[in-house]
Design a protein around this ligand. Structure first.
Ligand SMILES: [Zn+2]
Length: 213
């Protein structure tokens, strides 16, 4: 992926040059960054950051497409590991448990895997933290959103998720992970579900976000 150069034996998926030149946001080094601002006035998030800027036709889109649609789960682990290495140097190292945004059941059946799972595994490896892939459950299928107002849509999304096995989550600082953040509606609903569990704190990490959030 990226420049299409043949890979050395110690490289996977992308070459060292492309890896060194990924469009990183550095958001994890800055409080009040645009990803944290998404949650302002909505719910309490300890820290939030995206790793890379997403642009149409760019290397990040190519990698995420391969992860999501071409069974290249190694891409997710690779990105997770590199992001985790950065996060481990910051206040994100305070987290206890890493969990993914769950995939819709129909999509899971069709795709066979949640593209966020390998990202979580990579993050956990680099940060030396535990993870729990089924921490959040989808309670129902998404009804059609198109004819609903903004508030109704929000209620509908909010009621879609619940924390599973609360005893494994209670008292922990949970890092909630998604592949791409755009409006943040899904992340917000998942974070809200986690925050229903006693003494839980939530931080958020996504691999990619648009250049302007
Ligand atoms: Zn390259």
């Amino acid at each position: 992926m990226g420049c299409q150069a043949p890979l050395d034996l110690d490289e996977e998926h992308i070459c060292k040059y492309c890896l060194d030149h990924l469009p990183t946001t550095k958001y994890w080094e800055h409080t009040n960054n645009p990803i944290e601002q998404i949650f302002w006035g909505k719910l309490q998030v300890v820290s939030a950051a995206s790793y890379l800027y997403f642009s149409k036709g760019g290397i990040v889109q190519e990698m995420l497409h391969n992860l999501k649609y071409k069974h290249q789960l190694g891409v997710g682990r690779l990105l997770g590991r590199h992001f985790g290495t950065e996060l481990a140097k910051t206040s994100f190292s305070d987290i206890d448990l890493i969990v993914p945004v769950p995939l819709h059941k129909d999509k899971l059946r069709k795709r066979g895997y949640n593209q966020c799972d390998p990202i979580v595994e990579g993050l956990a490896e680099a940060m030396d933290k535990e993870y729990f892939l089924h921490a959040i459950e989808r309670t129902a299928s998404n009804e059609s959103q198109t004819r609903k107002g903004r508030y109704e849509r929000w209620l509908n999304v909010k009621s879609l998720f619940k924390a599973a096995q609360a005893e494994r989550i209670a008292g922990k600082h949970v890092l909630l992970v998604d592949d791409v953040v755009t409006t943040g509606a899904t992340l917000e609903a998942c974070a809200a579900a986690l925050l229903e569990v006693p003494e839980v704190r939530v931080s958020v990490a996504s691999i990619a976000c648009p250049a302007v959030v």
